[in-house]
Design a protein around this ligand. Structure first.
Ligand SMILES: [Zn+2]
Length: 90
């Protein structure tokens, strides 16, 4: 059993999963990085579709602030051009 107000951060890179505490911060991390989603489909969708994806719980995992910062965008570059079907704002 885990203590109250704790969660398992999946870690990142060579850092293994670990027990983390809410008081130290908890952030929602996108399993599929936002930059990858943007490049694949997001840049060709409406704002509403992007917001729906952004809050889809099956793509979110609790992560400690340290590992979320370390993960960042995983070196994925954003495609700067929008595609057909894009509806702003940018
Ligand atoms: Zn962590």
């Amino acid at each position: 059993m885990y203590p109250k107000a704790s969660y398992v951060c999946p870690g990142f890179g060579n850092d293994p999963a670990h027990l983390a505490y809410d008081v130290d911060g908890v952030q929602a991390d996108h399993r599929k990085p936002v930059a990858v989603h943007w490049n694949e489909t997001g840049r060709m969708t409406t704002q509403h579709q992007r917001e729906t994806w952004d809050t889809e719980y099956t793509n979110l995992v609790a992560m400690c602030p340290y590992h979320n910062r370390k993960k960042g965008s995983e070196s994925n570059e954003y495609e700067h051009q929008t595609g057909p079907g894009f509806e702003g704002p940018l």
